[in-house]
Design a protein around this ligand. Structure first.
Ligand SMILES: NC(=O)c1ccc[n+]([C@@H]2O[C@H](COP(=O)([O-])OP(=O)(O)OC[C@H]3O[C@@H](n4cnc5c(N)ncnc54)[C@H](O)[C@@H]3O)[C@@H](O)[C@H]2O)c1
Ligand SMILES: [Zn+2]
Ligand SMILES: [Zn+2]
Length: 361
């Protein structure tokens, strides 16, 4: 028997990637989400992807994530149903789901700090079911979804859910990247590479990419990095100082989240420079104020707000930015378990972003 899209709409269950405690995940049947608040929308997922954060959750690094939670916080889809108070979207609209849910009305949202929305923020996965499923419920749909222009590629649009705004806001904007700057990005994962792509919107003179993985460094060179440093021999600082004639870098973007890489940033930042921390740190780091106190530096931290998504969407739409280049592997949505195996072995598989498409949607 053939199942048509219409039958699928009527079904009350769907497939989803469910977290069953540390190290355990399953692609299984779950009830289809329904509207709970009048500001909700139900989105039928057409493209989604896996993030390093999903792997952290699976390892048990984020114990607040409940067993039974559907993973994923990135994706694009088609609106299936809207609550009575959703004004900007209609059934059938193509939308980009922001990884950050925001009411648009609380004092934090009014300051553009959507990540700290008093009734939203980064709640997909942490507090509510995520996007690695056939359907997802998105609260505050008017502010948490973006209309996807018809000519925009789904894979490129998926990169706007999280990684592109994260690299741009937490790395490039906080690092105040300007024309002529020398920038170093520590970590050439999807986030560091997104910082690399968006930094080029501001015409820095040099972008030095630092990582342990030669394959990722090669990708970085193909995406516009001017120099690469493999830090596996512990000599990243000396190399960057040599590349900058002893001056250091104007902006050091930390896109890993471990003490060693934060240490590199502190050692290579030039006088008057900025350290923009993007990485999520699980352990304390040493802050070397004994050397930095006189260095006129700025240190920033940020949880992505996704406030620059509309601007980034325009650059993607015009072709100025092509985040599709970050997609290394493609799967059917139903191949979710296989996609996790690939992404979980990123170094061996040369994986960056693995994209899953619901071709039945
Ligand atoms: N601030 C935010 O809002 C926000 C949002 C999303 C992700 N993040 C964080 O950004 C960081 C990067 O995310 P990602 O998905 O690109 O991660 P990833 O694990 O895919 O990439 C990290 C890269 O760092 C490299 N690396 C690891 N240790 C290193 C070392 N000692 N020296 C140099 N390179 C090293 C790895 O080879 C890898 O290429 C993570 O900590 C993630 O949690 C932050
Ligand atoms: Zn993510
Ligand atoms: Zn809010």
């Amino acid at each position: 028997m053939q199942i048509t899209a219409n039958d699928q709409t009527k079904a009350t269950t769907m497939k989803a990637l469910v977290y069953h405690g540390p190290g355990r995940r399953a692609w299984e049947d779950r009830p289809k989400p329904t509207i709970i608040e009048a500001t909700d929308a139900i989105v039928r997922i057409t493209t989604t992807t896996i993030c390093g954060t999903d792997l952290h959750i699976l390892k048990g690094d984020l114990p607040t994530v409940a067993v039974g939670r559907i993973l994923g916080h990135e994706g694009v889809g088609i609106i299936e149903e809207i609550g009575a108070n959703v004004l900007s979207f209609h059934k059938g609209d193509k939308v980009i789901i922001s990884c950050v849910t925001s009411c648009g009305r609380c004092s934090f949202c009014r300051k553009g700090m959507y990540s700290h929305c008093s009734t939203g923020g980064w709640i997909l996965v942490y507090q509510i079911d995520g996007t690695q499923a056939e359907y997802v419920r998105i609260p505050y749909a008017d502010n948490s979804l973006y209309a996807q222009p018809p000519e925009t590629d789904d894979e490129a649009a998926t990169m706007l859910s999280d990684i592109l705004p994260t690299g741009h806001e937490c790395g490039v904007l906080n690092g105040q990247v300007k024309p002529g700057d020398v920038v170093a990005i520590v970590g050439a994962g999807p986030i560091g590479l997104s910082a690399l792509l968006t930094a080029q919107l501001y015409s820095p003179a040099e972008i030095i990419m630092i990582d342990l993985d030669d394959n990722r460094l090669k990708v970085a060179l193909s995406l516009g990095a001017t120099k690469m440093v493999n830090s596996s021999d512990g000599k990243a600082v000396e190399r960057v100082m040599a590349l900058t004639q002893g001056a250091g870098v104007d902006a050091a973007i930390e896109a890993v989240g471990v003490p060693a890489t934060f240490g590199i940033c502190q050692a290579i930042v030039a006088a008057g420079g900025r350290i923009a921390n993007v990485g999520v740190h699980g352990k304390p780091v040493e802050l070397h104020l004994e050397t930095l106190w006189s260095h006129n530096i700025t240190l920033t931290t940020r949880l992505v707000d996704t406030v620059t998504t509309p601007m980034l969407l325009k650059t993607v739409r015009s072709g100025r930015l092509n985040p599709k280049k970050l997609v290394s592997h493609r799967f059917e949505l139903s191949e979710m378990m296989k996609a996790y195996d690939t992404f979980g072995n990123a170094a061996k598989e040369h994986a960056l972003k693995v994209v899953l498409k619901n071709t039945c949607a």
